[in-house]
Design a protein around this ligand. Sequence first.
Ligand code: H2B
Length: 187
Amino acid sequence: MSRLLLPSLFSISRTQVPVASLFHNLYKSHKRFVHWTSEMSQDSVRSSTTGGSASGARTFCSLEDLSAKKCVPCNAKDLRPMTEQSAQDLLQKVTGWDMANDNGTLKLHRSWIVKSFTKGLDFFKRVADIAESEGHHPDLHLVGWNNVKIEIWTHAIGGLTENDFILAAKINELQVEDLLRKKKVAK
Ligand SMILES: C[C@H](O)[C@H](O)[C@H]1CNC2=NC(N)=NC(=O)C2=N1
């Protein structure tokens, strides 16, 4: 029995060594694969927020493409503020929005006149629903009871990223005609 047992044990132990190194190699290649995929996903976050080149310049698509895009988490470790030129290029895609340099921080802004104070709050609620679903939030101002002003920038990095333009594009697609004061027609 023991003789029979010995060779089979030996043979198992002999095969155990290749099996062990096989598992070790499999584990190493799995780790390499996991690292590679995480790098790839980081690259897609990088390119989708700061553009392919250092200047952040990218061939951006039309407005409807911006509003169809999804904001990315603002805490992506290598998120950089967009250059002023890249921001100017994107500004063409968000009708009605303008850009201001607030002590070195580029920000988007747009204003509306609403019918009443409460319509202003309704406006904010509709914007808030978008912001919450995007995980990206604007600064909301309601002054002089019926003057709405919205500012957007990426606070986590103190500048503009594509997220801000996506949010602006989505706000532009809101149905808010019922809240706005009718434009005075010049007599
Ligand atoms: C984790 C992530 O940075 C924060 O939860 C989000 C929330 N909404 C945000 N909104 C804006 N405008 N800028 C931000 O940096 C930001 N950060």
